[in-house]
Design a binder for this molecule. Structure first.
Ligand SMILES: [Cu+2]
Length: 398
C-alpha cells in the first residue's frame, strides 16, 4: 500500500476506530484488575497502561501529522487555483530537517546528562577496569563521529535545500573521499575489535594461571527463583555434583562419593576476599538464568545441563564502595537477568567484598552442606544400634 493511502479517509477512520477500541479494552481490562490485584501487581499494571498510553500517543501524533499534511495540501491547491504563489515545499522540508536536528541534538544532550548520571559506579574488578577503558575509547571515537555526521546530514539538507536561485552541482564520484571514509573506519574498527578480542580472551579464560594465586571456587546454582551458594570446606575443593542425586535434602545433587564434598559449606551471602581471584561454577536446575554482577562487569548464563564459569578479581571492598558512592547501605548484588518466570524480579544475592581476615572469620561460621537431615537420608548417621557392631554404617547416595 502506498504511503499516501494511509491517509485515505476509510483507512484513517479504521485506524481511529481500532485505537479507540484498544484504549477502551485496556481501560476496562485494567479497572477491575486494579481494584482486586494485590499491591505487588500494581507496578505491572501501571507498566502495561504506560505502554498503551505511549502507543496511543504515537498513533495520535501520526494522525495529527497526517491531518496537518492534508490541510497544507488543500491550502496549496487552493492558492494555485486562486493564482497565488504556491507553498515552497523545499523551505518547509529544509526547516523540518533543521528542527529534527535540533530536537535530536537536545535528545542526545539529555541522554548524556540525565541518563549518564544513572550509569554504574567505577568497576570493582580487575577486568572491569579494562572493559570500561574499552567502552570509553569506543565512546570517545564514536560520539564525535555521531555529532559531525548528524550535523552535516541535516545541516546540509537545510542550507542547500532546493532553490530557484542555484543549480545543484553534479558530483558523482571521488576516489580520494571513498578511500578516506573506507580506510579510516576500517583501521579504527580493526583496532577496537582486536583489543576487544584480547580483553575477552583474558576474561573468559577461567583456568588458574601459573604463578598467580589459585582462584577460590564457589558453586552457584540457579533455580526458580533463587541462587544456591556452596563454598568449598577446608580442603579448598568443591565436591562434584550429579543431578540424578537431587533430593529434598540434597537440593544440589552433591555426590558424596567424592571426598571433597564432605566439608562443603552453604551460604546465604557471597563473601569474597578483596584482591583474590574467584571462580564461580555456575549451573541451572530448571530454566536458563543468568549470573549478572554489574559492579564487577561480569555476566554469564546459568544453563541447565551446561556448566559455565566466570572468573574475576574484586578490587574494591563493600566498605570502600559505600564511601565512594556515599551510600552507607550500598551492597554489590548478583542478579538473574534472564526473564525466568514470575519471581524473576526478586532473584538476587548480596555479594560482600571484605578483607582476607573478615572472609576467614565469616567462612568458619558457615553451615556444612552435609547437615543432619542429609546424613539421615544418606544413612550416614550413627545410631546406638550401629555402634554395637563397632562399625559405622555408611551407605552413600543409597
Ligand atoms: Cu532467573
Amino acid at each position: 500500500m502506498a504511503f499516501k493511502n494511509i491517509f485515505k479517509i476509510k483507512t484513517l477512520s479504521t485506524a481511529i476506530g481500532a485505537s479507540l477500541l484498544c484504549a477502551a479494552t485496556t481501560v476496562m481490562a485494567q479497572a477491575p484488575a486494579a481494584a482486586t490485584a494485590p499491591a505487588a501487581d500494581d507496578a505491572a499494571n501501571t507498566m502495561w497502561m504506560g505502554v498503551s498510553y505511549y502507543v496511543l500517543l504515537f498513533l495520535l501524533l501520526a494522525v495529527i501529522v497526517g491531518i496537518v499534511g492534508k490541510i497544507l495540501r488543500v491550502y496549496d491547491l487552493t492558492s494555485q487555483i486562486q493564482g497565488k504563489k504556491p507553498l515552497n515545499w523545499n523551505n518547509i522540508m529544509g526547516v523540518i530537517c533543521m528542527l529534527f536536528l535540533l530536537a535530536g541534538l537536545y535528545g542526545a544532550y539529555w541522554e548524556f546528562t540525565i541518563q549518564g548520571t544513572m550509569s554504574l559506579p567505577e568497576a570493582a574488578s580487575v577486568h572491569g577496569v579494562s572493559l570500561d577503558r574499552m567502552f570509553m575509547v569506543t565512546f570517545f571515537i564514536t560520539v564525535p563521529v555521531f555529532f559531525i555526521t548528524q550535523i552535516c546530514l541535516f545541516g546540509f539538507a537545510f542550507v542547500y535545500r532546493g532553490s530557484d536561485k542555484r543549480k545543484a552541482y553534479f558530483y558523482p564520484h571521488n576516489n580520494t573521499i571513498e578511500k578516506i571514509w573506507t580506510v579510516i573506519p576500517a583501521i579504527v574498527l580493526t583496532v577496537l575489535v582486536i583489543t576487544g578480542f584480547f580483553t575477552w580472551k583474558t576474561i573468559t579464560n577461567t583456568n588458574d594461571v601459573k604463578g598467580e594465586p589459585k582462584a577460590i571456587d564457589i558453586d552457584i546454582t540457579g533455580h526458580q527463583f533463587q541462587f544456591e551458594i556452596r563454598y568449598p570446606g577446608k580442603d579448598g575443593k568443591l565436591g562434584t555434583k550429579n543431578y540424578t542425586l537431587t533430593t529434598a535434602a540434597n537440593k544440589l545433587g552433591v555426590d558424596f562419593k567424592d571426598k571433597n564434598s564432605m566439608d562443603d559449606l552453604v551460604a546465604d551471602t557471597i563473601f569474597l576476599p578483596v584482591n583474590k581471584p574467584v571462580r564461580l561454577n555456575i549451573i541451572a536446575q530448571d530454566v536458563i538464568h543468568s549470573v549478572f554482577m554489574p559492579h564487577f562487569r561480569a555476566q554469564i548464563n546459568a544453563v541447565p545441563g551446561l556448566p559455565t564459569y566466570v572468573k574475576f578479581t574484586p578490587t574494591i571492598t563493600t566498605e570502600q564502595m559505600r564511601a565512594k558512592v556515599e551510600d552507607p547501605k550500598f551492597e554489590y548484588l548478583l542478579y538473574c537477568n534472564k526473564i525466568c518466570g514470575g519471581g524473576h524480579y526478586n532473584m538476587q544475592r548480596v555479594v560482600r567484598v571484605v578483607t582476607q581476615a573478615q572472609y576467614d572469620a565469616w567462612l568458619v561460621q558457615q553451615k556444612p552442606y552435609l547437615n543432619d537431615a542429609l546424613k539421615k537420608e544418606l544413612k550416614m548417621l550413627v545410631t546406638p544400634a550401629d555402634t554395637t557392631g563397632g562399625q559405622k554404617k555408611l551407605a552413600l547416595n543409597n
